[in-house]
Design a protein around this ligand. Structure first.
Ligand SMILES: Cc1cc2nc3c(=O)[nH]c(=O)nc-3n(C[C@H](O)[C@H](O)[C@H](O)COP(=O)(O)OP(=O)(O)OC[C@H]3O[C@@H](n4cnc5c(N)ncnc54)[C@H](O)[C@@H]3O)c2cc1C
Length: 349
C-alpha cells in the first residue's frame, strides 16, 4: 500500500504529529509497540510556566501556551471530552532569598508577568506549611495525557491506520526516495520514539540526554479538598476524590523504567517538607523523559536519507511544547513549511 507517512511511536509527539497530518488530508500509518517505555503514559501532564530556582519563564512561553490551549480545545471538542484544564499551581518559596528574587523579577517586563501574585505565609494552615509564603504563576494547567493518548489511539484505529508492534530497523528499506516497511511504501518515515531514539541507527548521533523520573500515586482519606497543584521542589497533583500524583526526580545514570526506593524516599521527603496531612502510597511508576542536550525539541529530516525524519526532544515539557512543534513538523512535511533553526536537527551537525 502506498501512503504519505509512516509515524513510528504513538506517544504525545507521534500522536499529535499523526493527527495534524491526517487532518491535513495525508495518508498516515502509525506504528507503536503498545507504549513500551512511553514517557507519555507515565508523565503528569502539568503545565508550569515558571520553573527552576531562578524562577525562569519557559522558553517561548506565550506562543507555546496559546497553541497548546488551542489544540487541546480542538481535540477535546472533536472527541467529546476535555483533555486540558487550566489549574492553579501554588509554588511555595523555600527561603527569603527566593521570595526576594520573585519580587525583583516580578517588577521586570515581558513574560515575568506570568510570575503572578504573591501570598503571605498561612495560605491553608491545616494542609500545608508555607513559612516563606507562595505565588501562583499565570497560565498553569493540567493535560490528561493518558486520556488524550487513548482517545487518539481510537481515532487512528477507527481510520485503520494503527499497527501495534515494534518496528524493527532491519525491516526498513530505503529505495528510490521512498521508504518501505512490510506492505507499506511511504514518502517518509518519521521517528517519534521518545528516549528509544538513542538506539535508532539513523539518528543515534543526536546528543540525547535522557532523564529518568518517578511518580507516586497517593491516597488520602481525611483531607479537606485541594484543587491546586502544590509545588515546593516536589509537586502534588490532585486528581479528585482523595487521589493524588506526586513527583518527581531526575536521574541521568540509570536509564530504565524500574521504580526505585531511592526516588520514592526523595519524593516523600520533599512532600513532607510542606504537606501536613497523612496519605498512603497506592502506586509507583518510572519513565524516561526524551531530553536532548539543549533541552529543546528536535525536528527535521535526515541530512543524507531524505525519506527519514525525526520529531523528538519534548523533554519534561511535552504538554506545553508538543502541540506547537507537532503542527510545525506537519506543516513542513505536508505543505513545505519551515522548521525554526532553534529546533531543527541540523543545529547539531
Ligand atoms: C516522570 C515523568 C514526569 C513527567 N511529567 C511531565 C509533566 O508534568 N508535564 C509535561 O509536560 N511533561 C512531563 N513529562 C514529559 C512527557 O511525558 C514527555 O515530554 C512526552 O510524553 C514525550 O512524548 P514522546 O512521544 O516524545 O515520547 P514517548 O511518550 O516515550 O513515546 C514514544 C512512543 O514510541 C514507541 N516506540 C518507541 N520505539 C518504537 C519502535 N521501534 N516501534 C514502535 N513503537 C516504538 C513507544 O512505545 C512510545 O509509545 C514527564 C515525563 C516523566 C518520565
Amino acid at each position: 500500500m502506498t501512503i504519505d507517512f509512516i509515524i513510528v511511536g504513538q506517544g504525545l509527539a507521534g500522536s499529535l504529529l499523526a493527527w495534524n497530518l491526517i487532518e491535513a488530508g495525508c495518508k498516515v500509518l502509525v506504528v507503536d509497540n503498545n507504549h513500551t517505555g512511553s514517557a507519555t503514559m507515565v508523565g503528569a501532564g502539568i503545565v508550569n510556566p515558571i520553573t527552576g530556582p531562578r524562577l525562569t519563564p519557559c522558553w517561548r512561553l506565550e506562543q507555546l501556551l496559546a497553541e497548546s490551549r488551542r489544540v487541546y480545545r480542538i481535540l477535546g471538542a472533536q472527541m467529546g471530552t476535555t483533555f486540558y484544564r487550566e489549574k492553579e499551581l501554588v509554588r511555595f518559596f523555600t527561603n527569603d532569598a527566593e521570595r526576594t528574587l520573585w519580587m525583583q523579577k516580578r517588577s521586570g517586563s515581558g513574560t515575568n508577568r506570568y510570575l503572578g501574585s504573591m501570598r503571605a505565609p498561612g495560605w491553608k494552615p491545616d494542609i500545608v506549611a508555607d513559612p516563606f509564603g507562595s505565588f501562583s504563576p499565570g497560565g498553569s494547567g493540567h493535560l490528561d495525557m493518558g486520556s488524550l493518548i487513548a482517545n487518539l489511539r481510537k481515532y487512528f484505529e477507527n481510520r485503520g491506520c494503527l499497527i501495534n508492534e515494534k518496528l524493527n530497523y532491519t525491516e526498513v528499506i530505503l529505495e528510490n526516495s521512498m521508504v518501505k516497511w512490510k506492505d507499506y511504501q511511504a514518502a517518509k518515515m518519521i521517528f517519534c520514539e521518545g528516549y528509544a531514539a538513542k538506539d535508532n541507527p539513523w539518528f543515534q548521533w543526536l546528543p540525547y540526554k535522557p532523564a529518568k523520573g518517578e511518580i507516586l500515586d497517593l491516597e488520602a482519606s481525611s483531607t479537606p479538598p485541594i484543587h491546586q497543584i502544590l509545588n515546593r521542589g516536589k509537586w502534588l497533583l490532585p486528581l479528585g476524590q482523595g487521589r493524588f500524583r506526586a513527583g518527581s526526580n531526575y536521574c541521568w545514570d540509570t536509564i530504565d523504567d524500574n521504580p526505585t526506593g531511592t526516588a520514592k524516599e526523595e519524593i516523600l521527603s520533599g512532600l513532607k517538607s510542606f504537606l501536613k496531612f497523612p496519605f498512603e502510597i497506592s502506586g509507583h511508576t518510572a519513565g524516561i523523559r526524551p531530553v536532548v542536550r539543549d533541552y529543546k525539541p528536535v525536528l527535521g529530516i535526515h541530512q543524507e536519507f531524505s525519506q527519514l525524519g525525526i520529531f523528538n526532544g519534548l523533554g519534561s515539557k511535552g504538554a506545553l511544547m508538543g502541540p506547537f512543534f507537532a503542527a510545525q513538523m506537519a506543516d513542513y512535511l505536508a505543505k513545505n513549511g519551515d522548521i525554526d533553526k532553534e529546533v531543527n536537527l541540523l543545529r547539531f551537525i
